[in-house]
Design a protein around this ligand. Structure first.
Ligand SMILES: Cc1cc2nc3c(=O)[nH]c(=O)nc-3n(C[C@H](O)[C@H](O)[C@H](O)COP(=O)(O)OP(=O)(O)OC[C@H]3O[C@@H](n4cnc5c(N)ncnc54)[C@H](O)[C@@H]3O)c2cc1C
Length: 467
């Protein structure tokens, strides 16, 4: 576990350990910089990145010529080129954008045209018959669809963990429970004040997600303001996932991409997200009326859902701003880079954002630090949690199953505490193993898990962040 007697002088400090911060940490570490990541929560993914739809988007529907599209395409490509090295799973489901009324049907050619403009050339309209042939359980009344063959589902939690683990195994450090509150720029260096004391660095990279504008104010009056946009989800039991193969997307409106149905990499079925503006940056609560509405929408799309239990609900906050596009910038005179407003596609684009920030660094700040890229790259392997691949419980010497809902073994839990990035909160343990995330929500296994925590680490895990 990291201790606060950590070095206080760094080349680069990254504020925020969401998926973007983790990807940026990896990139700058592999460039050869001495990197520290500071995260206010008890683990990585304490913000938007812990609660998304987990889709690796092609970018078919992104605003053409936007920074977002550029980052999504780069991120998509880099992820698919490296995921095997990390043992990160990909579920190649494809997606259908389905039209349910005449107005939506009329919008389909425009969706195909935009996809082609964005360079995703295999997107095409298909007939209703072809749609029902591939997805026979869809509700009646579809009028047409667009096929997007290359949309995928990935593991939203092991992916950023892999990025950070690789950085840490190449010498980067991190501090959890460490909120950056102030900063002073003097003599070409930053002194950042945090809840764990001051840290000095040559370059700061703001990856603070939902807090991005507040952290940006440390450098300059923030050119963007975060407007949290909540998305709620229903998670159906694993039995429901057999009802569909592809991701089912609605025709988007000007305001929202709408509610989708998708398998998860863990073998469940997801319905959501909603899109609700709220002031509160810290609490993403689910609400009964919205969940009821999601259930109705879900069962209209997939009537057989009525026979399956909802085993979990969750909500995440998108770090939206007044702008449609990402806010990537470099303030050269203050040695400051920013990845702000990464609202609804950051899981896909994180590696692309890291590439763009590295280019901004090369262009404007590379005289600030001496670094030479890592030559011999080590690829830490992530334990597999994907339902469609072999899991630890199917292998010998696993210590026995601890969580019977999600089939999590003792050896998987013990491995987490011995890993390069052990969690410091319960949510982090759940996201690394899926323990207590099944239909009983930990009712049967939590005391066994507590014993394992006591046996394996000295201090208790904080409970602040449960998901
Ligand atoms: C409902 C929903 C569905 C989505 N679906 C998808 C999808 O299917 N595919 C996809 O690609 N993307 C999706 N996204 C988008 C994706 O989740 C976000 O774009 C991404 O998580 C943003 O990551 P981030 O690192 O910028 O921000 P965050 O994840 O919010 O990370 C910022 C981190 O900074 C920390 N922090 C904040 N202030 C400070 C401070 N002062 N000091 C230290 N640390 C600080 C926070 O605790 C947090 O951990 C979805 C998002 C939501 C909410």
């Amino acid at each position: 576990m990291q201790t606060s007697n950590i070095d206080r002088e760094w080349d680069v400090i990254i504020v925020g350990g969401g998926v973007v911060g983790c990807a940026v940490m990896r990139k700058f570490t592999l460039l050869g910089a001495r990197v520290l990541l500071l995260e206010r929560g008890g683990d990585i993914l304490s913000g938007a990145s812990k609660a998304n739809s987990a889709i690796l988007h092609t970018g078919f529907d992104a605003p053409p010529a936007s920074v977002e599209l550029d980052c999504m395409k780069r991120g998509y490509e880099e992820f698919l080129s490296i995921h095997r090295h990390f043992n990160l799973p990909v579920l190649k489901t494809g997606a259908f954008v389905v039209a349910w009324d005449e107005a939506q049907l009329k919008a389909l050619p425009g969706i195909v045209e935009k996809a082609h403009q964005n360079g995703i050339m295999n997107v095409r309209e298909i007939s209703v018959d072809a749609l029902y042939q591939q997805e026979p359980n869809l509700g009646k009344g579809a009028l047409g669809a667009v096929s997007v063959p290359d949309e995928c589902v990935i593991d939203p939690w092991s992916t950023p963990l892999a990025y950070m683990t690789q950085a840490v195994e190449h010498g980067a450090k991190y501090e959890f429970h460490c909120e950056v509150t102030h900063g002073e720029f003097n003599d070409d260096r930053w002194t950042l004040t945090t809840s764990k004391g001051d840290f000095r660095t040559k370059i700061v990279i703001n990856c603070a997600g939902i807090n991005g504008d507040i952290v940006e104010n440390i450098c300059r009056p923030s050119p963007f303001t975060i407007h949290p946009r909540k998305g709620q989800f229903l998670v159906f039991d694993k039995s429901a996932a057999q009802s569909i193969d592809a991701i089912i997307l609605p025709v988007p409106t000007a305001v929202t991409k709408g509610v989708l149905i998708s398998k998860t990499i863990f073998g469940n079925l997801l319905v959501g997200p909603t899109a609700e503006e709220q002031e509160d940056r810290w609490h993403a609560a689910v609400s009964k009326p919205m969940l009821e509405d999601l259930k109705q929408q879900g069962t209209a799309l997939l009537p057989s859902l009525i026979n399956h239990a909802v085993t979990a609900t969750y909500a995440g906050l998108r770090p939206a701003t007044e702008y449609k596009d990402y806010q990537l910038s470099c303030v050269r005179e203050k040695n400051w880079l920013c990845a702000g407003g990464i609202r609804s596609t950051g899981l896909t684009s994180a590696l692309g954002i890291a590439q763009v920030l590295a280019e901004l660094f090369e262009m404007h700040l590379n005289d600030k630090i001496q670094c030479s890229p890592v030559q011999d790259i080590h690829w830490p392997k992530m334990p597999n949690l994907a339902q469609h691949l072999t899991r630890a419980y199917e292998q010998p010497d696993n210590g026995g199953v601890v969580c019977h809902c999600e089939l999590v073994t003792q050896s998987e839990i013990e491995a987490v505490f011995a890993s390069s990035v052990p969690p410091e909160c319960i949510g982090g343990l759940r996201r690394r193993t899926r323990v207590m995330m099944g239909r009983c929500n930990g009712f049967y296994c939590s005391s066994h898990v507590n014993k394992l925590i006591d046996q394996n680490i000295e201090q208790n895990l904080s409970v602040g962040d449960i998901l």
